[in-house]
Design a protein around this ligand. Structure first.
Ligand SMILES: Cc1cc2nc3c(=O)[nH]c(=O)nc-3n(C[C@H](O)[C@H](O)[C@H](O)COP(=O)(O)OP(=O)(O)OC[C@H]3O[C@@H](n4cnc5c(N)ncnc54)[C@H](O)[C@@H]3O)c2cc1C
Length: 298
């Protein structure tokens, strides 16, 4: 049994110092949904990170991508950057877990085909060796959370669930004195990532974990406590017992840098996506800026 980790984020300088290159091997692969896959990494040295951190993976390390990368770099006029992946694992666990959603190419809609996610989601069997850089990020629990909150509210969509699984497991392992309420938006039952993990956590910690699945494209038949439709202000108000004693973590699709630039070029504001909408609703539900943490990607 490992000792519980301290419940707090270290100062920025300390976080940056810990980011380094690590050689890992894929110890386990788990298909989560039709388009998401989890990879469990093992390494010869201990992993040092906080729940909610992410790692990065440089696509240049995969020889099979060599010509594809060269072509994309010619087209884009930039070197392809490492891609970030949140950790779904908690520091007390043996493996580091990342969960990859395979991006797709839609003719006429996406300017380029996705580079790294199809490879990670489909062609990294057990035994694959790779280099990751980690670990960092600000989507972590504040040091004094246990003193000032009674409820951690997780508001997630799609692969945005990944860091919140790590945050919840880590907090339960530490026996933090607050409850977790997860509102998780998915299109259909088949799109829910980590369904069994959350069933198990609710079974183990019935007084500390409540999960409400929100399905946007079908009736949630047979899903205990699930709702039909998007996450609304009314639902947030229903589940947040005392906004003054709550902290929210919201993660999911957000405005991408490409969308921001395209809107700026047209002199327009980019259209808000899941995370921007949820931050606004959380404020309407009574949480101030300091009570809402957010992370988003495409
Ligand atoms: C902090 C953080 C955590 C993340 N965690 C996760 C996670 O847990 N799981 C997960 O699946 N993903 C996560 N992501 C997203 C991940 O980093 C990748 O962006 C994702 O996997 C897609 O990478 P790709 O190489 O497959 O696609 P890319 O090659 O990056 O393409 C993705 C999309 O961007 C468009 N695009 C690419 N380049 C340009 C350009 N120059 N101009 C215009 N459009 C362009 C493409 O057409 C495509 O639609 C995270 C991102 C961040 C920032």
């Amino acid at each position: 049994m490992t000792a519980p980790e301290p419940s707090a984020a270290p100062p920025k300088r300390e976080r940056q110092r810990r980011v380094r290159e690590l050689e890992v091997v894929v110890a386990r692969v788990r298909r989560e949904t039709a388009d998401t896959t989890s990879l469990f990494f093992a390494a010869d040295e201990p992993f040092e990170y906080e729940a909610g951190h992410f790692c990065t993976i440089d696509p240049h390390q995969f020889p099979v991508l060599k010509h594809f990368i060269a072509h994309l770099e010619d087209l884009k006029g930039n070197r392809e950057k490492p891609r970030a992946y949140s950790l779904g694992s908690a520091p007390h666990e043996e493996h580091v877990l990342i969960t990859i959603k395979e991006e797709t190419y839609s003719s006429g809609e996406t300017p380029y085909p996705p580079l790294l996610s199809p490879l990670l989601a489909n062609h990294t069997p057990v035994g694959t060796c790779l280099v990751i850089n980690g670990f960092t990020g600000a989507y972590t629990l504040p040091r004094d959370a246990a003193e000032r909150i009674d409820q951690l509210v997780h508001v997630c969509a799609g692969s945005g669930i990944v860091p919140n699984l790590g945050l919840i497991k880590s907090s339960l392992h530490r026996n933090d004195p607050f409850r977790h309420t997860l509102l998780y938006s998915s299109k259909t039952r088949q799109d829910i990532i980590y369904y069994q993990d959350f069933e198990e956590l609710q079974r183990q910690y019935p007084d500390k974990v409540e999960v409400i699945h929100c399905l946007t494209r079908e009736e949630p038949a047979g899903l205990r406590g699930a709702r039909r439709g998007r996450i609304t202000r009314e639902l947030l108000q229903e589940v947040i017992a005392d906004p003054a004693r709550a902290l929210a973590f919201t993660c999911g699709p957000g405005i991408t840098p490409y969308e921001r630039k395209a809107a700026r070029d047209k002199g327009e504001e980019p259209a808000p996506r899941f995370v921007e909408n949820m931050v606004a609703l959380l404020h309407e539900a009574g949480l101030d800026r300091k009570q809402v943490k957010q992370e988003s990607w495409g």
